[in-house]
Design a protein. Structure first.
Length: 382
C-alpha cells in the first residue's frame, strides 16, 4: 500500500531539534511506499526521510507555498478560494497514486489533504496534535500564528467534514472539534520512541536527578522549577530543549551552574536511551495536551511532577500516578523533597508510572491502531 503524508511543518526544523523517530510516517511499518508532501519550502536530509518512512520506500515532493502570498491571493484564506488554489497541487502527486492520504496537523495540511482528495478520489484522514482552545492560544501563541489559525479555521473545519477519520493525538483535543465530526473523531496517541519496554534501573547513590524535556517557551516556563533548586541544595536538574525562553532560563540558573545542565537539542534515540539516568520528570505547562516527551518519560518509568492546571483536566495525566503541584517554586520544591526523602515511595511511583503508561501507550499497539485507521480508509477507497 501507498501512503501520502501532507504536512505544513518543516522537517528540517524537526532535524535541528532531534525530533526524528524511526517509522514516524509509517506506523507499524504498514506501507510499502510513503510519499512525504511538504507544503512550505524545505530541504530535509535524505537520511532523515528514510528514518521517518522506514522501512518503506520513500518519495519527497515540495510545493514551496509562500504563506503570505497564499493569504493575499485567497482574500484571507477564504475557504472556496483556498480549496481552489490547493487543488492545483494535484499534478505534483506521483503517478503511482497513493491509496490513502494523511493530513498532518489541523492547519494548512488538513485543507491540502481535502483538496487533493477531492481531485484524486483518494480517501484521507487528518491527525490533530494541538487543542483548539482559543483562550490558551491567545495567552501563549504569537500574533501571526493566532491570525493564521483564525483565518484557516473555516477551511479546516470543512476539511474535517470530508475526512474519513479525524485522529486526535490527545484526549483534550476532542472537546474542541466541531460537533459535526464527533462520530469520526478518535484518540490515537502520538507515536513515541520507546520500545521495547526498558527495565527499571536501581537508583544510583548521590543527589536527585530531575529532568525537564521540551522547548522553553511561553506556556512552558522552567523558571519556577529552577527557583525550586534554591530551596533544595541537593537536587540537580537537566533541561533538554531550546526555545524563546532558553536564554532567559540560563540566566536564571547562572548561580546554579554546578547543579544545572542545559542541552539545546538531543537526537530522540539518544534521549530515550538516557531517560533511565534520571529520577523524576518535572513539567510546567499551560497547555492541555500531554507532550510526547512526557509519554516517553512515563514509558521509561520516570515519575512525573506537573502543575495542577490545566493538567488535572487532561485524561492522559489523570490516568497516571502523577504528582500535581501549584506552579510556584515552593510547591515544586515540596514535591521534589518528598521524593528525595522517601526513596521507597519513589521506587513504587516509578513502577506504577511505567505500568500505567504501558497499559495506555504501548508503542506497538499505538502504531498498529494508527495503521489500522489508515488501512481501513484505503480499503474503502478500492
Amino acid at each position: 500500500m501507498h501512503l501520502m503524508v501532507i504536512l505544513e511543518d518543516r522537517i528540517s526544523e524537526w532535524e535541528s531539534k532531534g525530533e526524528i523517530l524511526e517509522g514516524y510516517f509509517n506506523p507499524a511499518g504498514a506501507f510499502e511506499t510513503v510519499t512525504v508532501f511538504g507544503l512550505v519550502a524545505d530541504q530535509p536530509d535524505v537520511a532523515t526521510l528514510e528514518r521517518l518512512c522506514a522501512p518503506a520506500c520513500h518519495q519527497y515532493i515540495n510545493a514551496g507555498i509562500d504563506r503570505r502570498y497564499l493569504m493575499l491571493s485567497t482574500a484571507g484564506l477564504r475557504p472556496e478560494l483556498l480549496f481552489r488554489r490547493l487543488r492545483r497541487l494535484t499534478p505534483l502527486v506521483p503517478l503511482s497514486r497513493p491509496d490513502v492520504i494523511r493530513g498532518y496537523g489541523d492547519g494548512l495540511a488538513a485543507v491540502a489533504a481535502a483538496a487533493v482528495s477531492h481531485e484524486t478520489g483518494t480517501p484521507f484522514a487528518v491527525s490533530v496534535h494541538m487543542t483548539a482552545d482559543v483562550e490558551i492560544q491567545a495567552r501563549y501563541l504569537g500574533a501571526p500564528d493566532r491570525l493564521w489559525r483564525r483565518f484557516l479555521r473555516s477551511a479546516v473545519n470543512r476539511s474535517f467534514q470530508g475526512a474519513g477519520s479525524v485522529m486526535a493525538a490527545y484526549a483534550p483535543i476532542l472537546e474542541y472539534l466541531p460537533p459535526s465530526v464527533t462520530d469520526k473523531a478518535i484518540v490515537v496517541p502520538n507515536v513515541v520512541g520507546i520500545s521495547p519496554r526498558p527495565e527499571l534501573q536501581t537508583r544510583r547513590e548521590g543527589p536527585m536527578r530531575a529532568l525537564w524535556l521540551g522547548r522553553q517557551m511561553p506556556g512552558r516556563d522552567p523558571r519556577p522549577i529552577l527557583e525550586a533548586l534554591d530551596i533544595l541544595p541537593t537536587v540537580h536538574l537537566t533541561l533538554i530543549g531550546d526555545g524563546p525562553l532558553h536564554d532567559v532560563a540560563r540566566r536564571c540558573a547562572t548561580h546554579l551552574a554546578d547543579r544545572t545542565r542545559f542541552v539545546r537539542a538531543m537526537d530522540n534515540r539518544k534521549l530515550c536511551a538516557s531517560l533511565g539516568d534520571y529520577d523524576v520528570l518535572v513539567v510546567n505547562s499551560g497547555f492541555r495536551e500531554m507532550p510526547k516527551t512526557v509519554m516517553e518519560a512515563a514509558l521509561a518509568g520516570l515519575p512525573i511532577i506537573v502543575n495542577r492546571l490545566p493538567a488535572v483536566e487532561s485524561l492522559e495525566y489523570s490516568r497516571l500516578p502523577v504528582v500535581f503541584v501549584d506552579p510556584n517554586s515552593g510547591s515544586y520544591a515540596s514535591a521534589l523533597r518528598y521524593m528525595e526523602d522517601n526513596p521507597q515511595n519513589l521506587e513504587a511511583k516509578r513502577r506504577e508510572t511505567q505500568d500505567a503508561a504501558w497499559q495506555l501507550w504501548d508503542p506497538q499497539k499505538v502504531a498498529t491502531k494508527t495503521a489500522d485507521v489508515l488501512r481501513s480508509l484505503a480499503m474503502k477507497g478500492i
